[in-house]
Design a protein. Structure first.
Length: 472
């Protein structure tokens, strides 16, 4: 599907088609669907980062395990093949975990996330997965006095949670790294890297198969019960059934209100010229974010484009998901406006591709990893957009929980982290959750507009009210 994103575009914009990353790499050759009833030691529902990393670590730890991965479409069809390529140390819910379990427990969780960035990079090197990784860290900028006040508070909190390497920059130091129009400050952490999402998921799937894991694609799981993963083609029975479906969890029987499938959309520009990059800077290739309430995220791709994302239409009624990544024309325009506001010299740049995907949002905005020892059911997710790295930590934790439950090992540092076996209440039924999400993001957009025009250092009150409404 092709549509023109703007009268100023020099090329037509491909809208959907899964993602720009798949347009570059091509969709994978299809794997066989489940041929009928089967058995396994562990069955994993979902062939994204969480499911594949879990299969990888379990099989490496216990090579004789019979592990089956069931994927509704193909590996990486969901968020794992559509995200912004931010391998970074953010984790959803850290503040809440500090309140529930104490500051030191949350520090241990944060340290584990810091180490996860290095873990992914090292495994990719060991498995010869070329995912265009550039370890340049994460740069988050402020564009207004209110954003700067939040940035400084954010920076101080990160330091308090153990990020001693983090650095705070003023306007001039920020411009030395990247010349974003109106940037008044920034915070940088080394615990982040840019990558190509599809190259990672394809390489990981190949590594998992090479270890002897069975992957069945085009096999939607309709229901999960203790020791059973039920599909239209048969049922896989296993002592452990792991739900690794993230933003697509609502499609499973009985899971409609478990995690809300929040939409995020992206655009990818045409390749920039050397002169354009000279104007922008960005030689460190940091992943780039901001302190807006309706925030943006971006990367400088390996082939010299800018891939930039943010919220479009945040939620579809009834927890519906998109059609192969197609996004709304007004969302493409909104993302283009952010791009040009950040980099006015790119006003005439062509937008080659636009797409969208869903991420899983729990009611308390806390990522979790769980194994119910009484049923053998496990799950991980609710990453709230920070899943590229968090999925890896969740997978290693699921490995340790299963080994502990099966008597192959005892408790580990990972099984003692505060997000393990965290319980979350369900989202409200419709139409309440649709109204709540629409109201929340309308408030955030209003707050951003207010802060950009009033030039005060105080966060707009409507954003504080939206935070309370959302439970963040």
């Amino acid at each position: 599907m092709v549509s023109r994103s703007s009268s100023t575009s020099r090329v037509d914009t491909v809208n959907g088609g899964i993602s720009f990353w798949y347009a570059q790499e091509g969709t994978p050759a299809p794997r066989e669907p489940l041929p009928g009833d089967a058995t396994a030691d562990v069955v994993i529902v979902g062939g994204g980062y969480t499911g594949l990393w879990t299969a990888y670590y379990l099989k490496k730890a216990v090579p004789f395990l019979n592990i089956t991965v069931l994927e509704a479409k193909f590996c990486g069809y969901g968020a794992s093949g559509r995200n912004g390529g931010w391998l970074y140390n953010g984790i959803a819910g850290r503040g809440r975990y500090a309140k529930l379990h104490g500051h030191e427990a949350a520090v241990r969780l944060q340290n584990a996330m810091n180490e996860t960035v290095t873990e992914v990079i090292e495994v990719c090197a060991a498995e010869d997965i070329d995912a265009d990784i550039h370890h340049g860290g994460v740069l988050e900028i402020a564009n207004s006095p209110a954003q700067l006040a939040r940035l400084k508070a954010f920076h101080a909190v990160e330091i308090a949670f153990g990020e001693k390497e983090r650095e705070l920059y003023g306007a001039r130091e920020t411009a030395d790294r990247i010349r974003v129009a109106g940037a008044v400050g920034s915070s940088w952490t080394p615990h982040g890297a840019r990558l190509h999402p599809v190259k990672l998921v394809k390489g990981l799937a190949a590594a998992v198969e090479a270890l002897g894991v069975t992957i069945h694609e085009s096999t939607p799981v309709t229901e999960i019960t203790p020791k059973h993963a039920i599909t239209p083609y048969g049922t896989v029975r296993a002592p452990y059934v792991l739900r690794c479906t993230e933003g697509f969890t609502a499609s499973l029987t009985g899971q409609r209100r478990t995690w809300l499938p929040m939409n995020s959309s992206m655009i990818a520009t045409e390749p920039l010229t050397d002169a354009q990059w000279e104007t922008i800077g960005w030689q460190g290739r940091e992943t780039l974010g901001d302190m807006a309430h309706a925030y943006m995220y971006a990367q400088r791709t390996a082939d010299g484009r800018i891939a930039l994302g943010g919220r479009g239409v945040p939620y579809r009624y009834g927890s519906k998901t998109d059609n192969d990544g197609r996004t709304q024309p007004q969302t493409i325009e909104a993302l283009r406006e952010i791009l040009v506001r950040f980099f006015p010299s790119l006003a005439g740049i062509g937008i080659d591709h636009a797409w969208s995907g869903v991420l899983g949002v729990p009611r308390d905005w806390c990522a979790t990893v769980t194994l119910d020892r009484s049923t053998g059911l496990g799950w991980a997710g609710g990453y709230v957009g920070s899943g590229v790295a968090t999925a890896n930590l969740a997978a290693r934790t699921l490995r340790d929980l299963i080994q502990q439950d099966s008597g192959q090992s005892g408790p580990t540092d990972l099984t003692a982290l505060p997000w393990v076996n965290h319980k979350v209440r369900k989202w409200e039924p419709e139409p309440l959750r649709w109204l709540g999400v629409q109201t929340m993001y309308a408030a955030y957009r209003s707050a951003d507009r207010t802060e950009s025009t009033t030039h005060t250092a105080t966060t707009a009150r409507i954003a504080t009210l939206a935070d309370r409404l959302s439970g963040r």
